[in-house]
Design a protein around this ligand. Structure first.
Ligand SMILES: C[S@@+](CC[C@H](N)C(=O)[O-])C[C@H]1O[C@@H](n2cnc3c(N)ncnc32)[C@H](O)[C@@H]1O
Length: 196
């Protein structure tokens, strides 16, 4: 195998080990959590966690500086029911202990990757929806919001094609709080789905 590839594999294993260690420290052995993928600066999740002190919440983001800002918000408000960690979504799901299930998963303004040749980089993909469904609690909910019409249509199409999810027409959004990106946008589209 090429040396560069082996190095990347090693780095991925190190990152996953770090995520595992952090999860061991911050989560109880068994828990049902509300999970935000790509939490950015943590505006939405800190606000949700404050209003729902009994709900265990976890946010992840790829960018360390954003996770640091989110953790500062959590510390300032002295919140014990929310944690933010630097992690990539696929790696996070790989190491999430099977004793932890997701009651809800939230995507707020995920990167839209507008060029067709980049669509494969979008978080929402058929295989991902199946993997995610396997980690959900019974009746677990999927919340997705974007300003990008093409990514919204893509997500609706993938949910409709998936036997693991059912769109809940007219479902309420679980908590309103502007995120950093929501503040920058003129409008947005939201969809809620339930795991099958
Ligand atoms: C457009 S920003 C939105 C941030 C926040 N949700 C908001 O509304 O302000 C998308 C975020 O997703 C994060 N992200 C992108 N791909 C990711 C991945 N595979 N795993 C974890 N985070 C990811 C980016 O680092 C970025 O902070």
């Amino acid at each position: 195998m090429p040396e560069g590839y082996l190095k990347e594999l090693k780095r991925a294993e190190e990152r996953k080990a770090e995520i595992s260690q952090y999860l061991e420290k911050c989560l109880p052995e068994r828990a049902k959590i509300l999970f935000e993928a790509g939490c950015g600066h943590g505006h939405w999740l800190t606000s949700y966690a404050m209003e729902n002190p009994k709900q265990f919440c976890l946010g992840i983001d790829l960018i360390a500086g954003r996770v640091d800002k989110a953790n500062k918000k959590k510390e300032k408000r002295d919140l014990g029911n929310v944690h933010f960690i630097k992690a990539e979504l696929g790696e996070f799901l790989e190491v999430l202990p099977t004793t932890i299930s997701l009651e809800a998963v939230v995507f707020l303004f995920p990167d839209p990757w507008p060029k067709a040749r980049h669509h494969k980089k979008r978080m929402i993909q058929s295989a991902f929806l199946e993997q995610l469904a396997s980690r959900m609690e019974k009746n677990g909910l999927f919340y997705f919001r974007t300003d990008d019409r093409s990514y919204f249509d893509w997500t609706i199409e993938h949910l409709n094609e998936s036997k693991f999810w059912q769109i809940k027409e007219g479902a309420e959004w679980l908590h309103e709080e502007n995120t950093y990106f929501q503040n920058l946008m003129d409008g947005y589209f939201s969809v809620v789905a339930e795991v099958q």
